[in-house]
Design a protein. Sequence first.
Length: 506
Amino acid sequence: MKNSIYKKLTVSLLIVMLMQNFAFGDDPLAAGKSAYDRGDYLGAIKSFKDAIKADKKNPQGYIWLGTTYIALDSLDNAVGVLVQARELDPQNPKIYELLGDVYIAQKIPAAGIEQYKKVLELDKQNASVWLKIGEASRKSRQYADAAEAYINVLLIDSTNLTAHRELAVIYMRAKQYQKALPLFRDLVKLEPESLSYKINYAKVLYETKYYKELIPIAEEIIQKDPSQLDIQNYLAEAYVETKDYESAEQAFLKFDPDSLSAVDLVKRGRAQRALEKYDDAIDSYERAYKKDSTLSDIYYELGTLYMKKKKYKDAVSMFEKKIEVDSTAGYRFASYLNAAMSLLQLKDYKKAKEYIIESIKYRPENVKAWQTLAQCNGLLNNTQEQSAAYQKVIELALAADTTNGDKGKYKNELEEAYRMEAFRLLGEKKYGESISYINKALQFDPKNCMLLLLMGQAWHNNTKEPETKRFEEAKKYYCKVMQLCAKSEEAKKAEVGLKLMGEECP
């Protein structure tokens, strides 16, 4: 039974072969194509050679023979017949493409690319050939040429996945992240399940500082693959930059602090600082400092944290380190001024003054610096220098009100300057001048009982005015003090002033 079936199959196969031979008997080119399609390359070669003998001017025989040689990796033979085909049909782009394939296979990329470019002279919209140029250029490390080729592919076929991917990678490796960004954005849409595309997309978003767009992508990646430590790091920083400090701290706390770099510890510290977790923030910065004491970002930020915790000596040390390594005007100004404020707390007034003067060199119009200089001069009992500094505060603050649109910005500084100048003038018994400054201070705080008491005392002692007017004005202010602050020390002093004048409040 089995032998009978085998015989029938053999006979059927022979019949089919005879029919094919009969069908292609007069057409060796067709017979060769049929053999090629079956994978019978040796048979195909014989048929194509017969076709060439039959018609030496038909380029198709040479083209197909060259194609078959390529399939057999007989590249030198392929070149020979394809060159003959090119001589017969110089306007046929397929011949140049095949020659390009051969040269690329022979590792002669320049020759291959040259042939591909001839294809494009005849067929400019051939996306597959542009892809081949891109691949050959990329492998030859001619990345600019590769990028140009992939761009041309996308101009022809905007959804071509290979061109998107390769061009995106070229831009990313060249750190041209802005150019890579839209390509990876498209890749993620074209292949939404590809985790590798999303990882690269997240990196590009991080490098281009698109933090809001980065967060959902990074969260998705970590959910699928928690081992992606770089992505976790990007996410933590993105939370910091978008001011989601709670999430930032939680993200950083997933890491062993010893495994974090100094830069990452600084980022963690910034999140903790924003959450007013100052002790935790100091711990993060101090760990960062131990890992990399040359990281200048640490000095200023840790110094300000030490100030908040009243560790003024440590704060001064950090600000001085910042001054040593950072030449930018902004940081030198702030570091000198903060160091000075810390020195004031340590009662080192002389050195504090030196640092304040240095800070003013970098920001000569900074109201806060001049105010601090005035306060320092007061602590040093340098009355005239204190007055000069307060006059500068007044000058700069009023100028800011009128020219910078910052009306009211320096309200507290102005009030202090007017008040302290009034005190000085009272001490110098210049009562008329002091009244002018007290009036200006009262504009900011009209119910301030200390200022009202000073005004009463100034009028009381202003002997340059007639006694009737002096007493009338003094009584008015003394009585305001007693009305507004009945049980205060100021009220007691106001009552004494009234008795000295022989007056009483109505």
